[in-house]
Write a protein that binds this ligand. Sequence first.
Ligand code: CA
Length: 229
Amino acid sequence: MKKVLILEDELNIRSFVVINLKRAGYDVVEAGTGQEALDQLQEHPEIGVAILDIMLPDMDGFEVCRRIRATNKQMGVIMLTARTQEMDKITGLMTGADDYVTKPFSPAELTARIDALFRRLGAETPAPIMEVFAQGPFVLNTRNHTLEKNGSRIKLTQVEYAIVKLFMQHPGKPLAREDILAAVWGSEYEGDLKIVDVNIRRLRVKLEDDANKPVYIATVWGFGYKWGA
Ligand code: CA
């Protein structure tokens, strides 16, 4: 369920908001002071939208917004402004609020604003990023887990794929065998370092024009390997 925080010290306004948001299908978390709001946000990281009153007993709503934004750029923030003063809106913008609702407001108006922010949040939910590494003759597609050389697919095992990906993330950087082992097999792995060499040898057969004269996977003597595509 979509979760909303309402920060408002005036109990009658807060109750009015809570009742209407619950009726609109939201899960509602309440706070009466700025500190309480910040505590609630820590306790409920799934809150998607926060509605912040400005005049509060301990700190103003702008300060609450500023502190939210210091760690959270994603959350939707709506300021409740008592007046229609432009200053409030400008200050709110400076502190990172997304929207404003001026008191007195109708429940429909508030839920419309909240819905809009949730829609925006939904749109921003990161689609799986397709990362493609193109280096030299190689194209690595991290979504499909495929590697091509000059447009031809090269079949890799999971481990080989993980090694190539590691290389392509660190082109030109000498990687210690221990680091390759830890990155690909996990730091808990207690097997022999030679497994790295075995896989590198197999990779060279698959990737190099001549596995005996490796160009792309260079040996760094006494240390490890370096990707040079
Ligand atoms: Ca107030």
